[in-house]
Design a protein around this ligand. Sequence first.
Ligand SMILES: Nc1ncnc2c1ncn2[C@@H]1O[C@H](COP(=O)(O)OP(=O)(O)OP(=O)(O)O)[C@@H](O)[C@H]1O
Ligand SMILES: [Mg+2]
Length: 556
Amino acid sequence: MKEVGKLVFASGAIVKASGLKNAKINSVCFIGPKKLLGEIIKLENKTAIIQVYESTKMLKVGDSVLLEDTTLTAELGPGLLGSICDGLQRPLKDAGMFLEKITNANKLDRKKLWLVIPKKTGAVNKGDVIAETKETKTITHKIFAPISGVVSIKKGNYKIEDIIGTIKNKQEKKKITLLTKWPIHKQFSKGKYITPKTLLVTGQRVLDTMFPLVLGGSAAMPGGFGSGKTILGHQLAKWAAADIIIFVGVGERGNEMADVLTEFPEIEDEKTKEKLMARSVLIANTSNMPVAARITSIHLGGLIGEYYRNMGYNVLLIADSTSRWSEALRELSGMQEEMPGEEGYPVYLASEISKFYERAGVIETDAGIVGSLSIVGAVSPPGGDFAEPVTDATKRVVECFWSLNADLAYHRHYPAVDWNNSYSNYDIENYEKLGAIRKSMTELLQKEKDLERIVRLVGYESLPKKDRFALLVARLFRENFLQQSAFHEEDKYCTKEKQHEMIMSFAALLDVGLKKIKQDKDFEYPKEIIDSIARMKFEKKDSFKDLREKIEACDV
Ligand SMILES: Nc1ncnc2c1ncn2[C@@H]1O[C@H](COP(=O)(O)OP(=O)(O)OP(=O)(O)O)[C@@H](O)[C@H]1O
Ligand SMILES: [Mg+2]
């Protein structure tokens, strides 16, 4: 039921209205003469507290507040892929340099025709796939039964609001359309969670081999200013073995985000040779957009991710940066005069962060469809201080932590993933053998760190031969395995098989070398072997068995 109330208070994005007897939490309101979009977030005696998604400039006490009988909804349906929108799903296609001109146009294209193929007729269960339409070359969009009952759908070309068929049972009869309106804050996924175990291949050696993420897992990439978060995010978007990419850009400066909006759609999908955008959704909210919309952008991304996961796809959601999102929470909390927690963030910051990452997972729906949603969030701690609340709260919920180090970035070691501070708690299927090798290489890097201190004190030449050798292998491993160029034709993507072969070769080099040195302290590998080890990453092959044989065969 619609109702009109009066504005009694306004401070930034928060306004209060009186006279709304039917006010409910999450109801939508339109405020003032310009009908600014708002949402009720709190009720206090006879006053409704509303967060406004647009600039509240020029509002005055006494302005009308129109209460709608709906909640804030997202539109789910074919046409989502390839879309570029803000946190409220408003199209940003023509928003311009500073993303000012957000249109209030329809969220999804109303005119486009989709060829709908019925998949089931007769009795179906809620959640069954009852029809399909090809959304892009690679993605088939599935339509689910909204209730259990008898379904009838006619093949044909439909617009998203057209009725494609009906479903009825004893209690109700429903018309089916391609468009589903879903509350932004409500989870879409229902089903059984399955423990994630399958590696999400990203093609980045330091991630896949050293700190692996799984399909359906969550990872954080914290890093100070300029440490390479955005580039790594783009690398993941380009290469990760996911069917669908959702990129949420939160709160960066307007012109920077506009760069992303112009650059991202240009990226070519190296796998399908189409534009990457064809299987992506880009959600952008800049620091000059109203604060409340910045907060929803992350939830909208999560919801769209869950929607496609239900269709059985592997979805990867990348949020850059969750720190700006947390700052938006802080700003809004301040406007509501809530009791501040650590560093002014709201006391519920940690629970908000965990709600976001908890959307990740592998799910089997009631219809037996298995899909995954993996989440990677960039964190930009001020001054690179990882002890601050956002990094700390994130660390508690994610299982994979890719710590980006400004010092490595300064020395142009990219991706600047710090092997001393990063970790992954995931157990990857069939990774037992690799686990042992990974451990020995991690120990080697640790040893390098310890030895460096000694070198500074007594000099390199005073080290025993075996330690000098360990330092050599550690350096080779850092420069030729961990370091990976985003721009070199062969090196930019490394298959899982090649990664394994490479790390096995480094391990062999270390093992055999140490054994030989024990027998003969003057042992040196021939230069050819060292050169081959350093060249592996640029070579177009997946096996280095021959190189390992040469290492084994090295005579003292
Ligand atoms: N993998 C890489 N290969 C080569 N250069 C890189 C790589 N990653 C980052 N760089 C360099 O570092 C610069 C900064 O990277 P990026 O913008 O990703 O940092 P950021 O952590 O997102 O910074 P901010 O904190 O400003 O958001 C890039 O412009 C690029 O020159
Ligand atoms: Mg960045």
